[in-house]
Structures are given as C-alpha cells and as structure tokens.
Design a protein around this ligand. Structure first.
Ligand SMILES: O=P(O)(O)OC[C@@H](O)[C@@H](O)c1c[nH]c2ccccc12
Length: 271
C-alpha cells in the first residue's frame, strides 16, 4: 500500500537524481559557499520564547495536496514582508512543486524581502539537498522522521550542522519521537497532520508533548487557525507554532498574523 508520503518520496528521489546529474556535489557546495550568510533560525525561536512570547514560523504556502490551491493572489515577497510586519519570528517556504506548487524562487524572493531566518520546506533525503537549500539562502531544513531512516536523519542533520544551518525534526507519533531524540537538534516539531492520511488533530501535540524533554523546543505544526488554538497548545507545552493555510487564506496577512499572536500566555506571568 502506498500512501501520499511514499508517492512524494518516489518522485523526489527521481528529482534529486536529475538535479545531481546537472549540478554535482562539488558545484552545489561552491554555490552554497557563496550564499547569503546564515540567519540563526533556532536561536531566533529560542530568543522569542525567552521573552515570554510565542514564536511563529509563518509558512508561505500556495497549495497543498489535501486542499489544492490555497491562495490565488500569491506574491512570496509581499507575503513574507506581511508576516514579518505581523510579528512572525521565522518563515517557512514550500519549494516542492508537484504537490505544493512551490518553487525555489519563492524562497529566494521571500528571504530577500525580510530579515527573518527561513526554513526550506521540502522533503529531504540527501545531503546534496541541504547544500542546495543553503545555495538558495535557506537557514533551516526539515527532517521528516516518517520518511527517512535513522541513518538518513543523522546524515541530514550532520549536513545542516556543517553548513551552520538549523534543522527542524518532524514527528507524528511516539516511535518517531523516540527516534528523533537520538538527534542533536533542539527543534522538535510535532506535526498535527498525518502526512500519510492528511488526518489532522491538535491532540497529536497533546499526546506527545510530555515525551519532549525540557531541553528541546516543541514546535506544534499544522492545523491551527485561531489565537484560541495557540492558547490550547500552549497549555500542552508548545511555545512555537508552524502555521500556513489559515494565514494564507486571509486577505490581510499582516493583520491576521498580528491578531493570531495577540493574547499570548506570558510564561511566568501572574494575572
Ligand atoms: O497549513 P497548515 O495546516 O497550517 O500547516 C503548515 C505546515 O505545518 C505544513 O505545511 C507541513 C508540516 N509538515 C510538512 C511537511 C511537508 C509539507 C508540508 C508540511
């Protein structure tokens, strides 16, 4: 039985092979070395949380396999600027074309419009892709535990470290979280959406949060749309949130971002 994630992995491996044939490791590394200096993605999230604020990773997302086209008027630079003005801490930009109608140029344009660190949101299997991400300017990569072996995850994380980039480790269940804890990255993403079935429930974060050690930053991912959702997830221990669709559906993205982030539960504050 093949699921969505398996299908994505199959075409992604073909895509990687074709790209590597056009631009071998040495060449992509040379391009990566010329890229704009790395912005500290994990550090920005850590700093925002330390201030008692929520850290928002705001996603530039045109379409998804489960929802189709999400936003008609899609201008990555303007959207990035709106996210930054609305209070986002970092950006995530989808670069996968077949399933998300993403593009490398969207990441380049979005990052150039702001001074926030940027996650390249794509399906990573090969250290070559990490160098490619850096060559585009990306500051962070995604490692989806459901789609890689332990050895692959370790190899991708090591590549991110070698480029001074952050890595967001994504899990959806307890066995994946267990495997993820063998890695070093402080950024532990709990995806509320099952990438094999698209089923989405904030209870995923509730059920796994207790198993995330204190020294990791819990990032709740997917399926959030209101300040109330953030408050609920904050009750489970999440202080960082990765949000795309609900913000992409708003006419005024800056106002929507600011509204979403209003009313944070200030840690340690008494009422
Ligand atoms: O649009 P949402 O429901 O707010 O979700 C954003 C982000 O979490 C989601 O796009 C995502 C999480 N993990 C992924 C892995 C690949 C592609 C996309 C994703």
């Amino acid at each position: 039985m093949t699921n969505v994630l398996d299908r994505i992995k199959a075409y992604k491996l073909d895509e990687i092979a074709a790209r590597k044939a056009r631009c071998p490791q040495g060449e992509i590394e040379a391009l990566a070395r010329q890229a704009s200096p790395v912005r500290d993605f994990a550090g920005a999230i850590q700093a925002r949380i330390a201030q008692g604020d929520y850290a928002l990773i705001a996603e530039v997302k045109k379409a998804s396999p489960s929802k189709g086209l999400i936003r008609e008027d899609f201008q990555p630079a303007a959207l990035a600027a709106a996210y930054q003005a609305g209070g986002a801490t970092c950006l995530s930009v989808l670069t996968d074309a077949p399933s998300f109608q993403g593009h490398e140029d969207f990441l380049i344009a979005a990052r150039a419009a702001v001074d926030l660190p940027v996650l390249r949101k794509d399906f990573m299997y090969d250290p070559w892709q990490v160098a490619e991400a850096r060559s585009l300017g990306a500051d962070c990569i995604l490692i989806i535990m459901a789609s890689v072996s332990d050895a692959q995850a370790e190899e991708l994380e090591a590549a991110a470290e070698a480029w001074n980039m952050s890595a967001l480790i994504e899990v959806h269940d307890a066995p994946e979280l267990e495997r993820a804890l063998a890695l070093r990255s402080p950024l532990m993403g709990i995806n509320n959406r099952n990438l094999k079935t698209f089923e989405t429930s904030l209870e995923t974060t509730r059920d796994l949060a207790a198993q995330v050690p204190e020294d990791r930053i819990l990032v709740s991912e997917s399926g959030m749309s209101t300040a109330g959702d953030l408050a609920t997830l904050s009750g489970y221990g999440a202080r960082a949130f990765l949000i795309g669709e609900s913000l992409m559906r708003q006419q005024d993205v800056e106002v929507a971002t600011r509204t979403l982030l209003s009313n944070p539960v200030r840690m340690g504050a008494t009422t």
